[in-house]
Structures are given as C-alpha cells and as structure tokens.
Design a binder for this molecule. Sequence first.
Ligand code: PLP
Length: 411
Amino acid sequence: MNAARPVHWPMSQFPVVDDCLQVGGLSLLQLAARVGQTPFYAYDRRLIDERVAWLRRILPPAIKLHYAIKANPMPALVQHLARQVDGLDVASLAEMQVALDAGMNPANISFAGPGKRPPELIAAIAAGITLHLESARELETVAQLGQKLGRQSRVAVRVNPDFELKTSGMKMGGGSKPFGVDAEQVPTLLQRIGELGLDFQGFHLFTGSQNLRAEALIEAHDRIFELALRLADAAPGRVWLLNIGGGFGIPYFPGDQPLDVRPVAANLDRWLPIVAARLPEAEIVLELGRYLVGEAGIYVVEVMDRKVSRGHTFLIANGGLHHHLAASGNFGQVIRKNYPVVVGNRVFGTEREVVTVVGPLCTPLDVLADRMELAKTDIGDLIVVFQSGAYGLTASPTAFLSHPPCREVLV
Ligand SMILES: *Cc1c(COP(=O)(O)O)cnc(C)c1O
C-alpha cells in the first residue's frame, strides 16, 4: 500500500474510442498512417481553440493575449493562433518572419531577448514591430540603426524587477539577470529614449515561467503593477503598453495540479481601474507560451523492440531525447520525473506491466518513461507522450546522433 504516491493529472483532453486515442477526429493508428512515419508530433487545433476561448471568457476583456512563439514556432500553428490572439512575441529574426508570414499586424509583434544582432534590429525597425530593449547599449544601437533607415523605432523597456519572487517555477527576473534592464537603471534609460526621440511604447516585466499556483501569479502581478506605475513616472511619453509577462504553467509531473486561472483573473480585474486611472492609454498584455499550446500536443513513437534485462522490461522506441529533450528530463529539470505517457493504441489495456521506455540513442539519458505502469505492448504499438505541444521539437538536440528527423502535424 502506498496511498500517498503522487499520480499524473488525468489527460482527458483527447477522447478514447475502442481503447485507442483519438486526435483531430482520427484514431491514432489512422493518424500515424496519415503522417506517413513515426515518430511525429501532433497538435490539435480544437484544443488550442478551446483553450483560447476559455481564457477569453475568464480574463477581463481588456486584457490582451499574446502568444510567445518560442514555445512552438511551427508556422501552421502560429498562423492558426495568429487569428485568435492579439499579438505575437518573438525572440529571433526567424521567429519574427514566422509572425509576419502569419499575417499578424507588425504593431502587435514584439521582439525581446538579449544580444539582438544588428540585422535582427534592422529587420525589426523596418517591419515596424516593437523592440523590447534589453540594455542601454542596445538602445544606442537601435537609435543609430533607425536613423540610418530613416524610420522611427518603436521601443519598450524590458525591466529586470527589483524584487524576486519566492514561488515562481523558472525564475527569469529579480536579482542579477542577463534579461532586461535593472529597475534602478530604467529612469536613466527612459530619459535617453526621450532624448533620442524614439517611439516609446511602454514596459515589459517577465518574472518567470511554469507557475501552477494562482497565489504566486497574483503576488507577481501585484509587484509588477506597483513597479510599472512607479517607473511610469519617468516615462518619456505616454505609456501604451504594459506587458506583464505570462508564466501560466501546465501539469507535467505526478502530483502537479492545473493552475486555477480564476483568482488570477479576479486580481487583474481589481488592478485594471487602478492602472487605467494612472495610464489611461496602456494596453495590458499577457504573453503566454505553453499554456496556449502545451496540452494540445502529443509526441508519438513506435515500439521497435522489447527486452528484459535482469528482470526489468525495456521498450525501445524509435524516438526520444533528440526530438523531445524535455520529456527525457534533460531540459532544466533537477530530478527526472515522468511526463504523462500511455500506449496510444491500448490506452487502458487490461493487461498491464511496469516498463521503462527508452529512445534509440546510445546514451543513458535517452529515457521517455522510467518504471511506469503501461498497457502490455507489442512491437509496432504507439507510445504517446502528453503535454508535448510546447518546448518539444525545437527545444531538442535534433542533430545528436544523426537519427532521422521528426514530423509535425497540425490536425
Ligand atoms: C519564454 C517566454 C515566454 C513564454 O513562457 P511560457 O512558460 O511558455 O509561457 C513568455 N515571455 C518571455 C519573455 C519568454 O522569454
């Protein structure tokens, strides 16, 4: 008996018919035939649409919703989301091209990230997107390049807050950080933006990622609004934009529970009139990555071999770490934990066994599921890793060991 053992939150977003997972209206077996190969990633439009619609219902209508492309830059997916969100956030020139190709209004595209190179800055200024400045040096470069191009640069200041939150999953702000400009240096930077005559938009404050606790996000938002209102006193013009970051998490590991967005929305509702009284033109932007797409995606591999080594059963799959680093436990996790995994064509499977699912790479790091209870498999069965719509393929070392590439489909 081990009643307290944490379990995975049930993955009920994909229907199951005749013990087979259904994705985009097809059984997983049909989908695999349609894709033409394993391994592959599949992203479900319906689930993405439902997530955006649900957020829109819960959040105050004045809150603008942006998608942070780095979570999943697949062009078809970005194009699909571009029609539903208010803006796109990019972190490289290639992501900017995807955002522009998707038809998003350049005024609603923002570009953050340290160490932006001159060609990236030039492209952003020419396109008329908003550059989130990460340093005083970057500001000077932007001003020079804008002058050469004969075009006024739209800029916002990414702020490294002067507070650190105890609770955030992955910290991106507070203390010493390579991201943004330290809050105490921001007034000087704002004055310089005024002197250079740039088109000042506002502020960007991003404190961290993968938060599952509403109280943590509420605390972050309280501190962010307080700081933004303080900094706004030194603004060189009107404040049009207040990007308060994102950080909404999704349940990956045993014991994780979904974030309750409602109290977060209620707290935003409380702040809106306070911000509007001080900064009546300011749009408040939430930038979300994984929360919009993470739960809509699966990674699918095929069982190539089964072997029993001194009593322990291994399933050898044709994909692994090189396509899905995060599920292998090597993308920032301290202790390896299993993503939710099932045998997609035998979801409930009456015969069960405890197995370790490994990929084909010659390294002990290539593990997709460690000692999990799954349905008993045959060669050719399909193993599904849930919660794989964000930080999957493009967050993985695809060239490592030179195995064949993965496919991605939007269904
Ligand atoms: C990565 C990133 C995001 C998205 O993070 P998620 O955890 O996927 O929501 C948002 N904003 C900035 C500035 C980022 O760097």
